[in-house]
Design a protein. Structure first.
Length: 222
């Protein structure tokens, strides 16, 4: 099964993809994670992407499409793939169709996480993760039980994404509205789109996505 999780920054795509990975052995393909790894490693792609990402703008279609193709060819994706943060533009959507078709695969569902944009900035600006195990936290909504200590692994080191600040988030939202939201009609015309209320709590959203995946998308979960 190959699915796309679509929604603006902070909609919960990464969180829900993580759930699907642990519950269904699917593989999460996050172009944001791939690009952050490239930036960290100082690779040529990373060097080109760094400033663009810090500004909240979009990295070129050819770079991200190539990253996805390479990952699909690396194998281990037979149980299914969750595309998280890709595609983000119409050319990327076209590239994805081609990448999948060339590998004898196709898209099963596009799950749109519907959210209240006004609430998203607060969500994104307050988030941080454990530097060791990656568990996600939030200054207001989900603080570690013991201040400064990760609930999951006990680490005392946390990190924040450099692009999770109010200015950059505004640009990322604008990019979503201008370039990503317009790809939804392409998938709607193919009957692939299912909507989930992304403002519900994490468990409810996960349950709603589960229903879509299990019931063959027979009903809109909310
Ligand atoms: P994300 O982790 O999905 O929020 O992505 C973080 C940043 O990486 C974005 O703001 C973009 O600068 C870049 N990025 C991630 N995925 C893509 C994509 N599919 N196309 C273009 N830029 C991307």
């Amino acid at each position: 099964m190959n699915i796309i999780l679509l929604g603006p920054p902070g909609a919960g795509k990464g969180t829900q993809a993580g759930r699907l990975v642990s519950e269904r052995a699917m593989v999460q393909l996050s172009t944001g994670d791939m690009l952050r790894a490239a930036v960290k490693s100082g690779s040529p792609v990373g060097l080109r992407a760094k400033a663009v990402m810090e500004a909240g703008e979009l990295v070129s279609d050819s770079i991200v499409s190539a990253l996805i193709g390479e990952r699909l060819d690396a194998g281990g994706t037979d149980a299914g793939v969750i595309f998280d943060g890709f595609p983000r533009t119409a050319p990327q959507a076209e590239a994805l169709d081609l990448l999948l078709a060339e590998r004898g695969r196709s898209l099963d569902y596009v799950v749109e996480l519907e959210v209240d944009e006004a609430a998203l900035t607060e969500r994104v600006v307050g988030r941080f993760t454990c530097a060791r195990c990656g568990e996600g936290y939030h200054d207001v909504f989900k603080r570690p039980v013991k201040a400064g200590v990760c609930d999951v692994c006990g680490s005392t080191e946390f990190k924040r994404r450099p692009d999770d600040n109010a200015d950059t988030v505004a640009t990322r939202m604008a990019e979503y509205r201008a370039k990503t939201a317009p790809i939804l009609p392409i998938y709607e015309a193919r009957g692939l789109v299912y909507r989930v209320n992304g403002m519900a709590d994490i468990e409810e959203v996960a349950g709603a996505i589960g229903i879509i995946l299990d019931k063959g998308g027979a009903l809109d979960a909310f």
